[in-house]
Design a protein around this ligand. Structure first.
Ligand code: ADP
Length: 451
């Protein structure tokens, strides 16, 4: 039985993991950077060890120091959260060889799904629909142009090692392709240390719909329904909800996608919580784009709709326990919407807005959940992601969830910095969003309509 877990992360997700461990009676060890001494997860964990300087590459990305901390404190398992080392196959392998349970799939699974070209090939072989594109990475420009023409413009050039919405470029013709191909390769090399790219048909105005899956060590796989994450800015999610209004109007499609998600999870030889991401076009064609082999930022919307605690499930699975329910036991009772609260200034092109939080008051009441690590007087370090919290609102219908989110956003008080709260309020009041019509092209259009 797992007795103590090292949390290899910071911010709201570190706190989320501390909370799940508390309820399971498991001890926690926080590791933190010099910039996070005052962070809530450090205060609330049972033990804490400083692992280095403020920059991620001096601390949260330092696998050796994290493993050393795990050995000093004698932990049984490491929860990687999301981002940082959560999808780093070498780190998972290091944990495996030190006999520390990495809470997630095997390093082999991570490796297979982490290279997007290999992942797509795996899915194609398993009969899961994929976006038409190059067979694997393409490094030669002449070959690349030929492939792009064959696929048909517009195409999207994507980094095989990509993530976080970075390393993607769209090309509409041969001329823009030649330019974007080089930009994409350079960006990929800089951001991921791997300049390899592949090419895909650019699906116009799709919906981003992903399925949450759970797989135990005994071969059982279930899905917990979908999340619609179409509201994105620069390929980065801003708002996520469950269920997807598009699939509610197409129940047969939901069923087919759920089946494909299970098939994809099987093909990945998976264990733990994972997400199968699809793009869905207006006609209802769906295409696998990637599998995320970790817990995701937007997991709470699934928790609020199904009543299943995903972090606890990850830990129970890591502990070797069989899933305590079958597919038919999973019900979808409510509608939930999550707004990502970022320390950014929407009026200044989303420029980061770190600083000290003055007065802080988080909304509450019926159907409102706030997952956040901030408090009055908290200093937001400039070194990390700008997300400072997540507001999750739920109710028996989509309309109630939206009204509740609007109400809660109006209660939020975060003084001293700029946040995305005003933007979320405007979206909750926007007729197109309210009708459930948002595609991944929605935000660009919204920002043009609301300059
Ligand atoms: P990342 O791992 O960086 O998040 P994804 O492959 O998950 O990258 O894609 C992120 C987003 O980029 C998608 O939700 C979608 O909005 C857009 N995108 C990716 N591939 C395509 C495509 N082939 N056509 C249209 N949009 C795409």
């Amino acid at each position: 039985m797992i007795q103590k877990i090292l949390i290899a992360n910071r911010g709201e997700i570190a706190l989320r993991i501390v909370r799940a461990c508390r309820e399971l009676g498991i001890k926690t060890l926080a590791v933190y950077s010099e910039a996070d001494v005052q962070s809530l997860h450090v205060q609330l964990a049972d033990e804490a060890i400083c692992i280095g300087g403020p920059r991620s590459d001096e601390s949260y990305l330092k696998a050796d120091r994290i493993i050393a901390a795990a050995e000093i404190a004698d932990v049984d398992a490491i929860h990687p959260g999301y981002g940082f080392l959560s999808e780093n196959a070498d780190f998972a392998e290091q944990c495996e060889s030190c006999n520390i349970k990495f809470i997630g799939p095997s390093s082999a699974s991570i490796r297979k799904m982490g290279d997007k070209a290999i992942a797509k090939d795996t899915m194609r072989k398993a009969g899961v629909p994929i976006v038409p594109g190059s067979d694997g990475p393409i490094d030669d420009e002449t070959d690349a142009v030929k492939t792009a023409r064959k696929i048909g413009y517009p195409v999207i050039i994507k980094a095989v090692a990509g993530g976080g919405g970075r390393g993607m470029r769209i090309a509409h013709n041969d001329i823009s392709f030649a330019k974007e191909f080089h930009v994409a390769r350079n960006e990929a090399q800089k951001a991921f240390g791997n300049g390899s790219v592949y090419i895909e048909k650019y699906v116009e105005k799709p919906r981003h719909i992903e399925f949450q899956v759970l797989a135990d060590q005994h071969g059982k796989i279930v899905h917990l329904g979908e999340r619609d994450c179409s509201v994105q800015r620069r390929h980065q999610k801003l708002i996520e909800e469950a269920p997807s209004p598009f699939l509610t109007a197409n129940p047969a499609l939901r069923k087919a996608m759920g089946k494909a998600a299970i098939k994809a999870t099987e093909a990945a030889d998976y264990e733990g919580a994972g997400t199968i991401e699809f793009l869905v076009d207006a006609k209802g064609n769906f295409y696998f784009i990637e599998m995320n082999t970790r817990i995701q930022v937007e997991h709470p919307v699934t928790e609020e709709v199904t009543g299943i605690d995903l972090i606890k499930q990850q830990i129970l699975i890591a502990n070797g326990e069989p899933l305590g329910f079958d597919q038919k036991d999973i019900t979808f009772e409510r509608h939930a919407i999550e707004c990502r609260i970022n320390a950014e200034d929407p009026a200044r092109n989303f420029a980061p807005s770190p600083g000290t939080i003055g007065l802080y008051y988080a909304p509450g009441g019926h159907g409102v959940r706030v997952d956040s690590h901030i408090y009055s007087g908290y200093q937001i370090p400039p070194y990390y992601d700008s997300m400072i919290g997540k507001l999750i609102c739920y109710g028996s219908t989509r309309q109630i969830a939206i009204e509740r989110a609007f109400r809660a956003l109006n209660e939020y008080l975060i003084r001293g910095i700029k946040t995305t709260i005003p933007l979320h309020k405007a979206i909750m009041a926007d007729p197109i969003f309210k009708e459930g019509k948002a595609t991944t092209a929605y935000m660009e259009d919204f920002l043009t309509r609301n300059p």
